[in-house]
Write a protein that binds this ligand. Structure first.
Ligand code: FES
Length: 621
């Protein structure tokens, strides 16, 4: 065994000899950037060795200077003795301070609320029963007595887990025949002494490829009482779903992929129930929504065929398990389910978003776009829904951008440039750490209008603020870690590629359906790129189509909103099944028109300015 001391965290770890540093660090709970999942190809897992012997194959990725100061790639380095190392900030997944909030639909769009009100009918109901004890003249069996009383309350039941059934006679007699019964879908899932109807909780869980967000919901009061978030612990096994599927197939790591996720979910649940003094035994439902791959990992289902043509997932509809079966630490017979996934590339998170937006119910034609690593686009109305997915890359979540970070506190979310002078706003007004998706869009729009970059994303030589390294946004002495925050030409290129993929997805989907952008009456945007996203800027750079700005509605994390709705209303949950059945998936991966249009979109706002008639006037000013 060898001992590794990690600084500045002061974490000491023991590991078997021959174990690489990335594996050792991952076991400490510190999240490191490792896009290639330890394959030694992304060059992101840099650490600095301070003391001790090691063997490393990382030289090809490092500068002479880095080699001299003993920087190595953790995944390609094996300690040969006890070691002391430092993980620089730039190698870490940013600190845990993810924005959990949704944008309230009430705040955004009061006029359309009537179209989206669900009857409040929690997925789990609890009933207090005051039963008359049996006598010789009326010796009805215990369970029949309970069933009859429930039926009288309008709650017919058919099933009960055997372990629970065995406890009933003792609970009934111990409680003087006054008991509370929890029922879900005609099955008794809990049986308690006394009146406990008020203790009825559920968990909504958004399983993102990068982050997990959970709500603890009081089903009796119909409100969210606590929230929690965490990085997805699968990040060290690849930052995108394809890398993770390959890991599962080639390294046989399904068990780890699944159990690390369940452990993180349990930690979030623990945090929320402790905070609100709620017993885990009174949490009766966990309803999750994630992309199709995450949903497969959640259930521990083989995901391999998702990435192979014709891209068929194993699971398309919702499966209901118990908490006990999935090792989730809530009431043992609580129901655990994930929202259905309409296709390999459109998952339950999008079904939840479509539910939250209400577009499945509108008579007018509406569009829903989720801006993430995959840009999912859904169009339709109350009669039909069609969807597609484009690979946008991680730049809206801060990936692939030299100073990019996720929408966490300290992320620059808005930028203004005037005469070369930059002013900015950060999330929660903290010292700047980097630029999140909304900040990147804002900064780019400003650089175009201030003539700092051209329409192809290249810097205009001699423009104010442009140095050899790129455009200086914030000097190191103002930032949290003393490092300059820059934007470079490759960063802008990445943004062009991402915005091009999203816009082309929208454009080609419309074309495939024989529609044009003018047919869209409402346009919903979802995603974790920061709630401050300025729609005007997004249209100006060509990410979103040039339609009247009042047609756009920004929903924030619509996935968790939709999952919450399902827990609070059976009607909403049933609608997700309808959305799933109704949605047709249109595959763009083999669409030659898509490639042609994509290339045309790699300009600000587009090579064809006729597609942006209002924005065109601003560019031509
Ligand atoms: S080089 Fe990618 S994780 Fe080490």
């Amino acid at each position: 065994m060898i001992e590794v001391l990690i600084l500045p965290d002061k974490k000491k770890l023991k590991a078997e000899k021959g174990t690489d540093l990335l594996t050792i660090i991952n076991s400490s709970g510190i999240f490191m950037n490792s896009t290639c999942a330890g394959e030694g190809t992304c060059g992101k897992c840099r650490v600095k060795i301070l003391k001790g012997g090691y063997k490393s194959r990382s030289a090809q990725f490092l500068t002479k200077e880095e080699e001299k100061e003993k920087t190595v790639l953790a995944c390609l380095t094996i300690p040969e003795s006890d070691l002391e190392l430092e993980i620089p900030y730039s190698s870490r997944v940013e600190e845990l301070d993810i924005l959990e909030g949704e944008v309230s639909r009430q705040e955004l769009e009061p006029s359309s609320l009537a179209e989206n009100i669900f009857s409040p009918e929690p997925i789990v109901e609890k009933h207090f029963l005051e039963l008359s004890p049996p006598v010789l003249a009326e010796p009805t069996a215990d369970f029949e007595r309970v069933k009859t009383a429930l039926l009288e309350k309008g709650c017919p039941v058919k099933e009960i887990p055997l372990q629970l059934l065995r406890r009933i006679p003792y609970i009934l007699r111990g409680a003087g025949w006054k008991v509370t019964v929890a029922v879900c879908d005609g099955e008794i899932i809990d049986f308690e002494a006394g009146n406990r109807v008020k203790e009825n909780y559920g968990i909504a869980l958004d399983i993102g490829t990068t982050t997990l967000v959970a709500y603890l919901i009081d089903m009796e009061k119909q409100e969210v009482i606590s929230t929690a978030s965490s990085y997805n612990p699968q990040i060290p096994m690849g930052e995108d779903v394809i890398t993770r599927i390959i890991q599962v197939e080639e390294k046989n790591s399904m068990q780890h992929m699944h159990s690390s996720l369940i452990t993180a979910v349990n930690k979030m649940i623990q945090k929320m129930i402790l905070e609100k003094n709620v017993s885990g035994n009174n949490v009766y439902i966990l309803l999750a929504g994630g992309n199709t791959t995450m949903t497969h990992f959640f259930y521990k289902l083989p995901p391999g065929f998702i990435r192979r043509s014709p891209y068929v997932p194993l699971l398309g509809s919702a499966v209901v398990l118990t908490a006990r079966e999935l090792n989730i630490r809530i009431s043992p017979f609580a129901k655990v389910t994930a929202l259905p996934c309409p296709s390999a590339w459109v998952g339950g998170d999008i079904v939840a978003g479509v539910l939250a937006s209400g577009i499945y119910d509108f008579s007018v034609l509406s569009m829903f776009v989720d801006l993430g690593t995959n840009g999912e686009v859904v169009i339709g109305n109350k009669d039909w829904l069609a969807s597609c997915s484009t690979s946008a890359g991680p730049c809206f979540e801060g990936g692939g951008i030299s100073s990019g970070i996720r929408a966490i506190s300290g992320a620059i979310e808005k930028v203004r440039i005037s005469n070369g002078k930059v002013t900015y706003k950060t999330i929660k007004n903290k010292k700047p750490l980097g630029i999140c998706g909304s900040g990147l869009i804002s900064l780019t729009a400003q650089m175009i209008s201030e003539r700092i970059i051209q329409r192809d994303g290249k810097f205009i030589s001699g423009a104010p603020g442009v140095t050899e390294k790129g455009f200086l946004v914030v000097k190191g002495d103002e930032t949290r870690y003393g490092k300059d925050i820059y934007i470079t030409e490759p960063d802008i290129k990445n943004l062009i590629n991402s915005k091009g993929a999203i816009f082309t997805g929208i454009f080609v989907l419309l074309k495939e359906l024989g529609l044009t952008i003018d047919n869209i009456q409402r346009f919903y945007i979802s995603g974790g790129l920061g709630t401050a996203m300025d729609i005007k800027d997004a249209v100006y750079i060509g990410l979103l189509p040039d339609i009247p700005l009042d047609l756009f509605v920004f929903l924030g994390n619509s996935s968790i909103t939709g999952e919450k709705m399902c827990i609070l209303s059976r009607e909403a949950k049933n609608i997700t099944e309808e959305i799933n059945k109704k949605m047709t998936y249109i595959d763009l991966s083999s669409n030659s028109f898509f490639m042609q249009e994509y290339t045309a979109s790699l300009f600000f706002p587009h090579t064809n300015l006729d597609l942006f008639p209002n924005v065109r006037k601003q560019y031509e000013k």
